[in-house]
Write a protein that binds this ligand. Sequence first.
Ligand code: A2P
Length: 292
Amino acid sequence: MTTPEITLNSGTVIPQLGLGVWQATNDETEHAVRFALDDAGYRHIDTAAAYGNEEGVGRGIASSSVPREDIFVTTKLWNSDQGYQPALDAFDASLTRLGLDYVDLYLIHWPLQDPARRLHTWEALEKIADSGRAKAIGVCNFEPHHLQELVDRGGMLPAVDQVELHPHLPQHAIRDFAALHGIAVESWSPLGGTSNSGWGKASKPNTLLDDPVIARIGERHGKSAAQVLIRWHLQNGLIVIPKSVHDSRIAQNFDVFDFSLTEQDLDDIATLDDGVRVGFHPDQMNLGAPTG
Ligand code: A2P
């Protein structure tokens, strides 16, 4: 089974469904990536320097039988490495840890509360894109006002904005802005986040995987809550990267191409929009920001 694909504004083609690996150890990640590629059919892996598991991603790719050129790999620049030269150096370090000579997508992980440094970081990503060592560049957690800065600047636009996005937080303002400017939107915590974490929000329970509206829709289609949620992202034109380190869930999360949510299902899911986040609001987090 192959996933639907989206052509980014860079011309790069991204599989719409990928594997997320946040909060997985290197060993868990290596296993999950190899299983996802060889046994489940994934062709898209999403990691980050801050996850501490780029080595695991690299080992999983190296041990799989899928050729590198058939795999879409994303990694991200952490806050402590923002700024022009630090970003260039951090990118080199990520490639080394991944054991790759290019990534498909390189993202700024967070919009620091420092407009000058944000722009210097973006200039470094433009240079990386020009070098061909990242096929596309983008951002995470950028609100429309952060994206507007890049639009006003007139250089490259992000190919992707990866944001917290799920039925509790459908992010209509960001999606509308992104659509206007040809920026694809990617959902993190697409299943509603983990049961015991979320940046800055200890012990936020995951209410979506147990939600009765989602469960009822799943029963009608003979699918799990996770599968219903993944379809919701796909049918909304979003790129989606559910995380799991368990083989059965990795396989289940990819088994979503034999059913469709109805208009009524989508309307029912729309009632779950209550704006509740599992992570920080982008304007209220500066974790790890350089102080110099
Ligand atoms: P695990 O890695 O133990 O499977 P999100 O992608 O929204 O961040 O959510 C991921 C969380 O949901 C993880 O805690 C993951 O745990 C769990 N998860 C992933 N896939 C499924 C699934 N199919 N059913 C139930 N829980 C899942």
